[in-house]
Design a protein around this ligand. Structure first.
Ligand code: ZN
Length: 141
């Protein structure tokens, strides 16, 4: 699919120390009723939980990085899943040696500091996620 969209609001802000990175951003998207958009963020976390989609098993596995990390980049999008705004985000973190970890952002990542920008889009086509039999993922139709 390939759809032309129009920009709406741009929302910038920061999260609170101790927030769950995914939950807090998801809540902002829900509160602001963002049905379609993209999101960027940077900052630092106390610890991270990251997912990896195993294409053979067709399921996520998760790993924890139990140390303070820089959040180099969070890139994600917002669309509709189960009739609600749903945030899908990927992250790259770095440790005190500049070594990086990354993957699919999971619940359990604790914010130290985080600055975010959410750009809302409007589209005549709804971006709704549903189960894709070929990949096992919930993808846009
Ligand atoms: Zn993902």
């Amino acid at each position: 699919m390939k759809v032309s969209v129009k920009p709406g609001r741009i929302i910038m802000g920061r999260l609170q120390k101790g927030d769950d990175l995914l939950v807090a951003l998801q809540l902002i998207c829900s509160d602001q009723q963002i049905k379609l958009g993209d999101i960027r963020a940077l900052g630092a976390v106390k610890k991270a939980r990251i997912g990896y989609y195993d294409q053979d098993r067709r399921d996520y596995s998760f790993f924890d990085v139990a140390q303070h990390l820089e959040l180099l980049a969070l890139v994600g999008n917002v669309s509709i899943r189960d009739a609600k705004p749903f945030l899908h985000a990927h992250v790259t973190f770095a440790n005190d040696r500049g070594e990086t970890f990354g993957g699919h952002l999971a619940e359990g990542t604790e914010v130290f500091a985080c600055e975010f920008t959410i750009t809302e889009y409007f589209s005549s086509t709804a971006f709704e996620r549903s189960h894709d039999d070929e990949t096992g993922l919930f993808l846009w139709r």
